[in-house]
Design a binder for this molecule. Structure first.
Ligand SMILES: Cc1cc2nc3c(=O)[nH]c(=O)nc-3n(C[C@H](O)[C@H](O)[C@H](O)COP(=O)(O)O)c2cc1C
Length: 346
């Protein structure tokens, strides 16, 4: 009981976590219908039924996946890389089609002068969250917030948090090393989340390792406003991942992935080395991981497929519609209600 009341008072103080035990499970949707929701900063800001963001994943989360997640009650994000603004606009139209909030994520290190037009295109199409990560995102923050959208970035250390706060970011995406795709591997999600929630009053969503209602319930109980979920959407019907990649994710176990820079060295990708990437291990990574200096000195190219995915690939059991993933995550509400019942004896 002590733990539960501490959690709710901590989240209340910071105005970003879930409501207290009773309210959390009985609050009705802000649209006035009967659907019960977990209310957090995220659900209130974007009028969501489920406190879940589908992570931006360039080449995987186009408008189809983002739109499907938004239609299902979460916040769908398009993942984007590259200068083609016309192509981007097509994806944005698809993402906006359900008439619900949606957003977009860019990779800062790939952005060049003139790429402001990509951000503007997203804002004009109605994106209500713009996340720019990994590199110099600062020049875009004012543009996003002055358009009335939420500016977010993915952080992997407390130094990243301080930098994002100084830049005026509205939402911190606290991403641990178990997450799929690129990011830091310095700290795992749960230790980082605890430290960041003590460090900041900004709203926080947790990323890396969340694939089921249990994971979502855990980060909500800790004080996060929601989960930022990538790997769990990789094998959905709406994901643009190759079919063979989806099969590999479904077949993967919890220990099948590896965070490394060798994937990028092997394919000649100029990702900044502080952001390694987590992918399913393959013959190339088995050979070269741990021998990065040698490999950088004399690169050995590979065209072996790279299946970017996080540790929770081991929790992805089938290919299915994105709406089913969102619905499964929504069960966090019941799990938290059970905790409340246990701790209050109600
Ligand atoms: C295939 C794949 C591609 C990704 N591409 C991007 C991207 O383009 N931009 C970005 O900010 N994050 C990208 N990410 C990272 C996600 O935004 C997020 O941090 C991560 O998926 C969360 O961890 P999880 O995979 O355990 O859910 C990608 C992740 C994956 C798995």
């Amino acid at each position: 009981m002590a733990a539960a009341s501490h959690a709710s008072s901590a989240s209340g103080r910071q105005g970003r976590g879930i409501s207290g035990c009773g309210e959390a499970v009985t609050a009705s949707s802000s649209t006035g219908d009967d659907e019960r929701v977990l209310r957090t900063w995220l659900t209130e800001r974007f009028d969501l039924q489920v406190p879940v963001v589908s992570a931006p994943m360039a080449g995987v989360s186009g408008g189809a996946l983002a739109g499907a997640v938004s239609a299902a009650g979460g916040l769908g994000l398009v993942g984007w890389v590259g200068p083609d603004v016309d192509k981007l606009k097509l994806e944005l139209v698809t993402a906006a089609q359900p008439g619900r909030a949606f957003g977009i994520g860019f990779l800062a290190w790939t952005m060049r002068p003139g790429d402001e037009q990509l951000v503007d295109a997203a804002l004009e199409a109605g994106a209500s969250l713009v996340c720019i990560s990994y590199g110099d995102y600062e020049p875009y923050v004012e543009r996003i917030t002055s358009a009335g959208a939420v500016a977010a970035t993915q952080v992997g250390t407390l130094d990243d948090v301080r930098r994002a706060t100084d830049a005026g970011v509205n939402l911190l995406v606290v991403r641990g090393g178990e997450g799929g795709g690129h990011g830091r591997d310095a700290v795992a999600t749960l230790p980082l989340l605890q430290a960041v929630l003590d460090e900041t009053d900004l709203p926080v969503v947790a990323a890396g390792g969340i694939a089921t209602a249990r994971g979502l319930a855990a980060v909500l109980a800790a004080g996060a406003a929601g989960g930022w979920v990538g790997t769990a959407f990789l094998a959905t019907h709406e994901s643009a991942y190759k079919d063979g990649h989806k099969d590999a994710v479904v077949a993967a176990g919890l220990d099948a992935s590896l965070h490394s820079t060798v994937f990028d060295i092997g394919r000649g990708s100029p990702w900044p080395p502080e952001f390694g990437g987590r992918a399913l291990r393959n013959a190339y990574s088995d050979t070269w991981h741990g021998r990065e200096a040698e490999l950088r000195a004399a690169p050995v190219p590979t065209d072996e497929p790279i299946v970017w995915a996080g540790q929770v690939a081991g929790l992805v059991k089938e290919k299915r519609p994105a709406s089913e993933v969102v619905a499964e995550l929504a069960d966090a509400e019941r799990l938290l209600a059970e905790v409340c019942t246990r701790t209050t004896g109600g």
